[in-house]
Design a protein around this ligand. Structure first.
Ligand code: SIN
Length: 489
């Protein structure tokens, strides 16, 4: 089915550098619909030359953008927000087509993305510094906030609009300029967002975007990593790539925000409201087909409520409608690509071989296409299984029984990752005890939907550092300059 947009020119197939749509090196990257494998369009398969041109443009644009009064930057970003919302339907269609999520989720993601743009438009005017009481007479001391400089944003495929928004909006609000490399699977939404930013009045060179394939991405990113003019890298993606970025940017000591892999535990205590826990789990786990860094990956259920939770959950999961975004009834779309489905299938096979039982799902859905996997509930999962140690990033819920609070806290924390955790309990003392004990950057307590523009999003341990959203999300694009003025007596 052809992609029909009310505004056909939102579908771009060029890089955007120094305020111009530029065709790139000649080599092209096909962007495909994960539901069918059909090519939607082609974009440049850029390399070092395009990365350098984008960086030169961002570097040249920085002084003027930084000097602009914060209110003017805020007004421009606010116009961007208005345009994004005005094109919610088209952007939602674009997201669903290139990423695969159901259309309602695609449109919902646009609203989610806009919430970050609006938030940071407002935060731009609140970059307050401090006046510090001087320890000696005749001096005045100040701490000012300044933009860090050129930011390189490397964004993931799972939220093609929201992750761009929550990296680029704070960068622009702070007065930084940006070079961006969107995920190779989903560059089209980001190109459309950049077009709208340009129409909102973001000046030439302030926001630049280059597209590249998986193979060419290192060429683009390494150029930015090695160039001292890039002062910050912001990345969402895998922990191995995050570690590479940290190592490689060490020579120029760039500021880093890394939102990396998770392995979120979801704990249902014996005193929980089981129906609420099932509702919360459905919302947390099956959003975006399970392809979300904060999706629960391991489910720990107390012995006393295990069977009730497992049977209620299986009934809900079995009823999920799987299908392409073009079918408005779909609740779970295709996975992003073949590699994603292979990993899910490997995790389920491994769990079953090690003794887990499938309550529902547990297989591919070849009738729909090679990128579909049935939403799955497993019982009898344990820590030896791949699905417990690695992030499955798909619609699989492996349940493990537990007996004591101490045991489940130890199990939940027994991972190098620390992005999000969830638990359900109605015991107020336990709630504070468990929230304190969980080693994660985010904790959902009797709640499965945790992300919001006003909240700090980010992890600890090997899930990375830095925060996105909230006032902390702006701070990540600023440094503090101390001014000391003497001889005032
Ligand atoms: C992510 O998967 O990295 C982001 C998820 C979210 O914003 O909730």
């Amino acid at each position: 089915m052809p992609l029909t947009l009310t505004r056909a020119d939102l579908l771009r197939s060029a890089n955007f550098i120094a305020g111009q749509w530029t065709p790139g090196p000649g080599a092209l990257l096909a962007v495909t619909d994960p539901a069918t494998g059909a090519t939607i369009t082609q974009v440049p398969d850029s390399g070092a030359a395009e990365a350098l041109a984008a960086l030169n443009a961002a570097h040249a644009a920085f002084p003027a953008w930084k000097k602009l009064p914060a209110r003017q930057r805020a007004q421009t970003i606010k116009r961007w927000n208005d345009l994004v919302l005005a094109h919610q339907d088209d952007l939602g269609r674009l997201i669903s087509r290139e990423q695969g999520k159901p259309l309602a989720e695609g449109k919902g993601e646009v609203a989610y993305a806009a919430s970050y743009i609006e938030w940071f438009a407002e935060e731009a005017t609140r970059m307050n510094g401090e006046v510090i009481p001087a320890p000696v007479p005749g001096r005045r001391m100040f701490a000012l906030k300044e933009p860090v400089g050129v930011v390189a944003a490397i964004t993931p495929w799972n939220f093609p609009a929201a992750m761009i928004a929550r990296k680029i909006a704070p960068a622009l609000a702070a007065g930084c300029t940006v070079v961006c490399k969107p995920a190779e699977d989903t560059p089209l939404t980001s190109l459309a967002l950049v077009l709208l930013a340009h129409e909102a009045g973001v000046p030439a060179g302030v926001l630049n975007i280059v597209t590249a394939s998986r193979e060419k991405t290192p060429e683009v990113v390494d150029l930015w990593l090695d160039d001292a003019r890039v002062r910050k890298i912001t990345f969402t993606g895998s922990t191995p790539v995050g570690k590479h970025l940290a190592r490689r940017s060490a020579d120029t000591l760039k500021k880093l925000s890394l939102e990396l892999g998770g392995n979120a535990p979801f704990i249902v205590f014996e005193d929980a409201d089981v129906d609420a826990a099932v509702d919360g789990f459905m919302a947390a786990k099956f959003r975006n087909g399970g392809q979300t860094c904060v999706c629960p990956n391991r489910v720990f259920v107390h012995d006393r409520v295990h069977d009730e939770f497992a049977s209620k959950l299986s009934a809900r999961v079995a009823a999920l409608k799987v299908g392409p975004a073009s079918d408005l009834a779909s609740q779970i779309g295709p996975m992003i690509n073949d590699r994603a489905v292979e990993k899910i299938a490997r995790h389920v096979q491994d769990a079953v071989a090690r003794g887990a039982k499938v309550l529902t799902g547990g297989q591919r859905l070849p009738g729909l296409g090679p990128t579909y996997y049935a939403p799955t509930v497993l019982v009898g999962a344990d820590a030896s299984m791949a699905c417990s140690c690695e992030e499955t990033f798909g619609p699989v819920a492996p349940l493990t029984r537990f007996a004591t609070e101490a045991e489940v806290i130890a199990a939940a924390n027994d991972t190098p990752f620390g992005l999000a955790a969830y638990f359900y309990s109605n015991d107020v003392r336990r709630i504070w005890r468990v929230a304190d004990a969980l080693e994660t950057g985010i904790v959902g307590i009797n709640e499965g939907v945790i992300a919001a523009e006003a909240a700090p999003f980010g992890g600890v341990k090997e899930s990375g550092y830095g925060r996105e959203g909230s006032t902390h999300g702006l701070d990540d694009y600023l440094h503090t300059k101390y001014l000391c003025q003497g001889q005032l007596d």
